[in-house]
Structure formats: structure tokens, C-alpha cells
Design a protein around this ligand. Sequence first.
Ligand code: 4NP
Length: 162
Amino acid sequence: MNTDKKYKVLFVCLGNICRSPAAQGIFEHVVRENGMLDRIEADSAGTYSGHRGELPDRRMRTAALYRGYGLTHRARPVSGLDFLDFDLVIAMDDQNYEDLMHLAPSVEDSRKIRRMADFLTIHKMSYIPDPYYMGAEGFGLVLDLLEEACRNLFNEIKTAEL
Ligand code: 4NP
């Protein structure tokens, strides 16, 4: 990991009101817990711009707060320019991944795109499911997946395996 410059991670889902702001909040919590806020930074964005400016979905904020994560991000659409700013762009599902692949300005930039599920080791899921149309258990499952993936992602960044 480059020690002069902050390592920047962007989490991306569809609406930027459920999965990616939760991933951002959990990841920031892990970074803070490890005293590395001066070295690693996170943000989140959506491939769909319809929720621009909104706080995360109330159900996600409630479920996250119950686990100690206060989510205050305001939704924003992802842009091709984000590839200039971020070291890693993490897709929650295959559609997000495809959309990001199309958005990446260059082949080199597209190498920054990873799937969040690639950081799962215990849960056997190939994507982070969209909880928007699910009940409370959907939000709980998403938080379980994101907590596991965020810890593994942090460890990979710390040991410069990415
Ligand atoms: P997210 O969930 O992609 O995890 O933020 C969704 C939020 C909103 C919509 C779909 C998914 N929507 O269709 O408005």
C-alpha cells in the first residue's frame, strides 16, 4: 500500500440507499477500529441516480444502528470520474459489476472493479442481494455479509494483497 496517499475505496450498488452506504459505514467502522482513518478512506455511490441526496433507506439505517453503525451518507450517482479518484471500486452484484465495467474510462481503470462477494470466506454467496423488496431478515442478512466482507477487504488492503 502506498504510504503517502490515502487508499480510497468506493462501494457501489443500484440505489446507493441500502447496500453500498451500509458497506461504507461498516468499512469505516473497521478502519477506525484499527486506527487507520488517516490511511484509508471510503465512499459509496449508485448506478441509478433516482435517490440522489437521500439518506440511506430507513430500514437499513435502523438495522445498521442496532449493530452500532450510524449511516449518514447522502446518495449520489457513480461517475466515470470516480475511477480517477478511487483505488478500488466494489460492486455489490453482477449487474452493478457490468454497469461499472461499461463506465470505466479505460481497461486499466476496469481492473479496479471487484465484487464484494469475492471477499466472503464463510458465507457462500456470489453477490450481495438487494434487500429493498425484502423484509427485516433481508437487511440482517445483508449486514452479516457486509460485516464479513468488510473485515476481509480491510485485511487484504492492510497486507497490500490488492
Ligand atoms: P440498493 O437498494 O441498490 O442496495 O441501494 C435499492 C434501492 C432502491 C432501489 C433499488 C435497490 N430502487 O429501485 O429504487
